[in-house]
Ligand binder design. Structure first.
Ligand code: APR
Length: 172
């Protein structure tokens, strides 16, 4: 399982699955959630309305509709200020773990993530990046995964630098 970080817009990224930093309603919002819904088109919202929401740290999958990606995996990240740090860290780990697991179940070979919870949900970026790196290492070590490539699609230079540093430190 190759892991890399790039600078870019996840709505334009060609992967089997892209991950959405959603909220628990799954009915769209701002940030990357809003961008993905705008790019995927109105059928995504109609589909999400049938899913009954999603708990923080869990993940649900939909078609990609107008996106280049075949699937969208929606996972609500922890809202950092409203949680104890250790609980928030566990939930963030779960977002990435459950998204990888769902991608494997759907035989995805490539998957792209945004930096979940480090925007509106205010999770400290450097800490998030190291949790993400640890999660990827642990997942690869404990699974015969079919996922060949994981890409962190970073929307700004600061986020990109944080993930490059974290992945390098983790030997990824
Ligand atoms: N491509 C890639 N990354 C993006 C894009 C994009 N098109 N747009 C924004 N981002 C980045 C942000 O810059 C940030 O680094 O995604 C990361 C996550 O930020 P948010 O989208 O604010 O997500 P999050 O912090 O998880 O907050 C989730 O915000 O949009 C609402 O409905 C969403 O309530 C939920 C909350």
């Amino acid at each position: 399982m190759q892991v890399k970080a790039i600078l870019g817009d996840i709505t334009k990224f060609e992967a089997d699955a892209i991950v959405n930093a959603a909220n628990c309603t799954l009915l769209g919002g701002g940030g990357v959630d809003g961008a993905i819904h705008r790019a995927a088109g109105p059928k995504l919202l109609l589909h999400c309305m049938t899913l009954g929401g999603c708990k923080t740290g869990e993940a649900k999958i939909t078609p990609g509709f107008r996106l280049p990606a075949k699937y969208i995996i929606h996972t609500p990240g922890p809202r950092y200020p409203s949680m104890k740090p250790d609980v928030a860290e566990e939930k963030l780990h779960n977002c990435y773990w459950n998204s990888l697991s769902l991608a494997d179940q759907h035989e995805c070979r490539t998957i792209a993530f945004p930096s979940i919870s480090t925007g509106i949900y205010r999770f400290p970026l450097d800490r998030a990046a190291s949790i993400v790196a640890e999660t990827f290492v642990e997942y690869a070590q404990t699974h015969e995964t079919g996922i060949d490539e994981v890409t962190m699609v970073c929307f700004d230079q600061t986020t990109y630098d944080a993930y490059c540093n974290a992945f390098h430190s983790a030997g990824l």
